[in-house]
Design a protein around this ligand. Structure first.
Ligand code: HSE
Length: 317
């Protein structure tokens, strides 16, 4: 049986860019913002309850077993046998279906907050299976780790096999910037997975492997020369880009302003571009304003380094 040592904890977990170029289902990293907050309160009667307040609450269920944060904490409760109850309050700062790893952020923040209530018995690596239980709700039970690993652990993450929690986190230089533009439409991950072919050709597999290997080499060496050629995805992007209004215009705007590479973040609609010059990234965000205003579509832009910390506890008492 596990007893809560604290009565209150608050944790934050960041948005993440997943499917990084050729890293479909494999490579992801968090950005500094936006992100979700979870408050966790110890309650005398057993069980997990959930309230959602603030911000992007559309289509986010407060049913504990159907919400990624709730489901993750239910999995913790089952494994650790909490002596008391816990109430979760989710401050949803980014919409689901955004391509920003919104569901993963909720799950990652939730497990960190509850771990804090217990006085940190588990490492982040040990929290991963519980967070993943929550995250799996978003893709009809198919587990992919390229959002949950970065949201929880931070850093430039390569997930070899999420079923065995096998991943590595690469060091990344601070000169690498990521611009993320989020057009305000919803693309559900389960739908965006459903439109993908079930098989690919040997030629595509070889090309994608080469590009993924070169992306990793570029991150490790800090030499981004090849990014223009390799930061794109052969497997999902050709199908998913059709779902994203402004994809071609946004790509052009990024590349003409000096982006190192451009692709879809997660299953979209968010798009991302790498830069090594803050001025070029800022200039691009202005150009993107013209693109999305022209399309009469709401959008948000974020510019961030690769966030190295991932989920964090911000208050415990
Ligand atoms: N790798 C996942 C997918 C990310 O493309 O379905 C979802 O955000």
């Amino acid at each position: 049986m596990s007893r809560f040592k604290y009565s209150y904890a608050r944790a934050f977990a960041p948005a993440s860019v997943s499917n990084v170029g050729p890293g479909f289902d494999v490579i992801g990293f968090p950005i500094d913002e936006p992100g979700d907050y979870i408050e966790a309160f110890t309650r005398p009667s057993k069980g997990v309850t959930l309230r959602i307040i603030a911000g992007e609450t559309n289509n986010v269920t407060a049913r504990v077993d159907m919400n990624t944060a709730g489901k993750a904490v239910l999995a913790m409760e089952e494994a650790l046998a909490f002596e008391q109850g816990v109430e979760l309050v989710l401050h949803k700062q980014m919409p689901i279906g955004s391509g920003l790893g919104s569901s993963a952020a909720s799950a990652a923040a939730a497990v960190c907050a509850v771990n804090a209530l217990l006085e940190y018995p588990l490492s982040k690596h040990e929290l991963l299976p519980f967070a993943l239980e929550g995250e799996a709700l978003t893709s009809n039970g198919i587990k992919h780790g390229d959002n949950i690993v970065p949201a929880l652990l931070g850093g430039f993450c390569i997930v070899r096999d999420i079923e065995t929690y096998s991943y590595v986190t690469l060091p990344v230089k601070d000169d690498l910037l990521c611009l993320v533009v989020h057009p305000h439409i919803v693309i559900e991950t389960a739908f965006a997975r459903g439109i993908l072919p079930k098989e690919i050709s040997m030629k595509l597999a070889v090309k994608q492997s080469a590009n993924a290997a070169l992306l990793v080499a570029g991150i490790l060496t800090g030499d981004y020369t090849l990014f223009k050629e390799i930061v794109h995805d052969e497997l999902a992007e050709p199908f998913r880009k059709k779902l994203i209004p402004g994809y071609e215009e946004a790509k052009l705007a990024c590349m003409q302003n000096g982006a190192l590479g451009f692709s879809i973040s997660g299953s979209g609609p968010s798009l991302f571009a790498f830069f090594d010059d803050p001025a070029k990234a800022e200039k691009t965000s202005v150009t993107l304003t013209g693109v999305f205003e022209g399309l009469q579509m709401g959008y948000s832009v974020y510019i961030s380094k690769v966030n190295k910390q991932g989920a964090k506890v911000v208050e415990v008492r």
